[in-house]
Design a protein around this ligand. Structure first.
Ligand SMILES: NC(=O)c1ccc[n+]([C@@H]2O[C@H](COP(=O)([O-])OP(=O)(O)OC[C@H]3O[C@@H](n4cnc5c(N)ncnc54)[C@H](O)[C@@H]3O)[C@@H](O)[C@H]2O)c1
Length: 341
């Protein structure tokens, strides 16, 4: 009840309580009338136009997590293994993409990291190899390559995929983590910035998915794709305004469902992995300057904390591997329960 009061604001909560007690009385004050009585009405559930956050031009580096067990020392279902498979991770140089690449590597996959930031991609490759070696000193390392790509450019996607295939021969899995968010009130959001965001989040997902699908179809091979969406593709989180981002992630989610149906007969599965608020190096840096925003976010998460990038490791391996062989067109939300309240 307390939680509900917090989410919907005290006046509307009052209305609900009274409404429940007097259900059926037509003369009862309407929500709209009550909302007019206080300047604060609805404020817990509204966006705040004063929050403006541009995607920064330089970002902190990420490093692999140390939160994985030493090699495969514990028994697990063989269907979770990614051995003998090659996975492309777009946006894999940093943040969630890097941790998901690590999860797939730890489960046995060869990895192609593709990113706009080529030097970070190469650093990520080195870090992954060092991590693998420290955890498996006597095993031969997987093949890990790093490549430049601009996911929003078709020619860049085509040439990057060709470079990946010359290093890895075949590809089985695609994880699309390249994407970004920005916060502007909708009526002030410059259209060029919106187009740039959609080009990365939506076009970039589509271009990589269709390029990898063509490769799989030519080989008549099965494959699995995991599109990184967001809980914002299903709900409107507050208080930061981000309408174009939310719409882009709704597009990613439905693109996954649509392509899943289109390619089901070809043995290509497509699913959407939708994180909630995740504490990456970049989000941590942004929230350092905005402690009130962190508090507001955390207060709305039933599990009472932001996710760690590591919280996506099991989810991405599940969706990428044969463990999810009969799952396609699905959305898996990893959000601490945010979207079910
Ligand atoms: N961090 C979160 O809380 C959160 C929550 C929900 C969803 N997501 C989604 O997860 C994905 C990864 O987010 P993150 O937090 O790791 O972000 P990040 O900024 O740390 O990493 C994104 C990576 O994508 C790369 N990239 C950006 N534009 C590109 C382009 N045009 N071509 C190729 N690479 C490009 C960047 O260089 C960067 O390495 C995004 O799609 C994001 O929307 C993040």
């Amino acid at each position: 009840m307390l939680r509900q009061i917090h989410r919907i604001g005290p006046y509307r909560a009052l209305y609900r309580t009274q409404h429940q007690a007097h259900r059926g009385f037509r003369s009862f004050t309407t929500t709209t009338q009550l909302a007019k009585q206080t300047p604060n009405s609805g404020s817990h559930g509204q966006t705040d136009d004063s929050i403006k956050i541009k995607y920064p031009s330089s970002q902190p580096s990420s490093t692999p997590t140390s939160d994985t067990t030493q090699t495969h020392s514990k028994p697990t279902l063989p269907s979770f293994s990614m051995a003998d498979k090659t996975a492309i991770i777009t946006g894999g140089a940093r943040g969630l993409g890097l941790v998901m690449a690590q999860a797939l590597m730890t489960s046995g996959a060869n990895i192609a990291i593709v990113d706009l930031n080529e030097s970070e991609a190469h650093k990520a490759r080195t870090h992954l190899l060092e991590t693998y070696h420290s955890q498996n000193p006597s095993s031969p390392p997987p093949t890990i390559t790093a490549h430049h790509t601009d996911v929003s450019s078709e020619s860049s996607v085509t040439s990057t995929l060709a470079a990946i295939l010359s290093a890895h021969d075949t590809v089985d899995t695609l994880v699309t983590s390249a994407g970004f968010t920005e916060n502007f009130a909708a009526h002030e959001y410059p259209i060029e910035r919106i187009r740039a965001l959609w080009a990365v989040n939506v076009d970039g997902t589509y271009l990589w998915a269709s390029a990898v699908a063509k490769h799989l179809m030519e080989r008549e091979a099965k494959g699995s794709m995991v599109f990184v969406g967001s809980m914002s593709g299903a709900i409107v989180n507050v208080p930061q305004p981000q309408a174009p981002y939310n719409a882009s992630k709704a597009a990613v989610r439905h693109l996954a469902a649509s392509l899943a149906v289109e390619w089901a007969g070809r043995g290509i599965r497509v699913n959407c992995l939708s994180p909630g608020y995740m504490a990456t190096a970049l989000t941590k840096k942004i929230l350092e300057d905005k402690p009130a925003l962190r508090e507001k976010w955390t207060s709305l998460i039933p599990m009472g904390r932001m996710g760690n990038p590591e919280d996506l490791m099991g989810a991405v391996v599940y969706l990428a591997s044969d463990a999810s062989a009969y799952v396609t067109g699905a959305e898996l939300r990893v959000d601490g329960g945010y979207t079910v309240t």
